[in-house]
Design a protein around this ligand. Structure first.
Ligand SMILES: *Cc1c(COP(=O)(O)O)cnc(C)c1O
Length: 387
């Protein structure tokens, strides 16, 4: 029998890192001491009080059955409390909060609820790859909005052609931003709301990094007048509480949009393990000092890497949020070649910017997900190579 993949699988964007993967394998085979700064996955464990809450929750037989689709009311209430406390945003836990099996799940699924074949979705480039892939899985067409340094890595809405605006049905945005680490000012969100109303476009703001900050606290899209009329915000416990492996997140905001996403989910999954939801209630009520400690760890790492790369002559954006550094590659090279050079000559692994889309070319991304000592070692090694 011949196994043939569906077109949606065959036409996935080309996997660009094959050469780097190969180099990585060879280096590891030779016993190289690789420093992997390519992964956006916290190396710090989940705080103890959350793990303890999970141990208790997992013992309860009532959690061993199918969970409710929309999430336990107590979990949705905890999300609403958190939004009130953190952003002063009021949410009705009954219909303005939907649990997700990680925010990636919701982001990947939402185009199925709103996009018919051939319809356009506005997607940032560089950006989280799930936005265009989810769009294509639904038969939609991504229109890439370039995030350029001269625009502070915000999409230029006025530059989107009028016919595209008219045809677009949904837009993804993400601040604090992966991979550029940029933040959005309030004027941007207000502009987005006006834009959405004018062209009838559903806004999906991905706020996965709102709690990984070093200076001022990032804002929520939902803080602004009219936001709830036009959009939702995706959020996650993954990055805030070092819970990437637990798979829990949520979407909040416009209830009709959430009904659409919920319909897709009811037909595809059966909700989040209730024990995880119960532990997540405890997570959402975490004391600020615990989160401050986590931020301090990232801040120290950021400072070491930022200063080290700058001293070596790199053009680096000092991130005020997210655990990434977005770094320009030297003139005359490209992101894949340069990442390969760092791997070969310094045994340091980063992510080539082009992996996040065409407009990520010319940059590499470092994740601050290794210890201070390892990041120091990476800086020393990069310092010794010839650029
Ligand atoms: C990590 C990440 C997410 C999703 O994380 P989940 O673990 O699925 O909640 C979403 N968006 C961006 C931009 C991310 O980097």
């Amino acid at each position: 029998m011949q196994i043939q993949y569906a077109e949606r699988i065959r036409t996935l964007p080309p996997y660009l890192f094959a050469a780097i993967d190969q180099m990585k394998r060879e280096a590891l085979q030779k016993g190289a001491d690789l420093i992997d700064l390519s992964i956006g996955d916290p190396d710090i464990p989940t705080p103890k009080h959350i793990v303890e809450a999970m141990k208790k929750a997992v013992e309860k037989a009532e959690h061993h059955r199918y969970p409710s689709y929309e999430g336990m009311l107590s979990y949705r209430e905890a999300v609403a409390r958190w939004y009130k406390r953190r952003f002063n945003v009021d949410l009705n836990p009954e219909n303005e909060v939907l649990s997700l099996i990680g925010s990636k799940e919701g982001i990947g699924h939402i185009p199925l609820a709103f996009i018919d074949p051939g319809e356009i979705v506005l997607v940032p480039s560089p950006g989280y790859p799930v936005y265009p892939v989810g769009t294509k899985f639904a038969g939609g067409i991504p229109y890439f909005m370039p995030l350029r340094e001269e625009n502070n890595f915000l999409p230029e809405l006025k530059a989107i052609p009028e016919d595209i605006c008219k045809k677009a049905k949904l837009m993804f945005i993400n601040y604090p931003n992966n991979p550029t680490s940029a933040e959005a000012p309030k004027e941007f969100f207000q502009e987005v709301i006006e834009f959405a109303k004018k062209y009838n476009i559903i806004i999906c703001h991905d706020a996965a990094y709102s709690e990984i900050y070093y200076e001022e606290k990032p804002i929520s899209f939902l803080e602004f007048e009219g936001a709830k009329e036009v959009g939702i915000e995706f959020h996650s416990l993954s990055k805030t509480y070092n819970m990437t492996g637990w798979r829990i997140g949520y979407a909040v905001g416009n209830k009709e949009i959430l009904v659409g996403l919920g319909k897709v989910k009811t037909n595809l999954d059966s909700g989040v393990f209730q024990a995880i939801q119960e532990a997540s209630i405890v997570a959402l009520d975490t004391e600020d000092n615990i989160l401050r400690e986590i931020r301090d760890i990232y801040r120290q790492r950021r400072d070491i890497l930022y200063e080290g790369l700058k001293a070596k002559g790199f053009e680096v954006k000092k991130s005020n949020a997210t655990f990434y550094l977005w770094v320009k590659v030297p003139r005359g090279t490209n992101s894949i070649d340069f990442a390969g050079k760092l791997l070969k000559e310094a045994e340091v692994l980063c992510t080539p910017g082009v992996g996040f889309g065409e407009y990520g070319e010319g940059y590499i991304r470092f994740a601050l997900t290794q210890s201070k000592d390892r990041i120091k070692e990476a800086v020393d090694r990069i310092g010794r190579i010839r650029l």
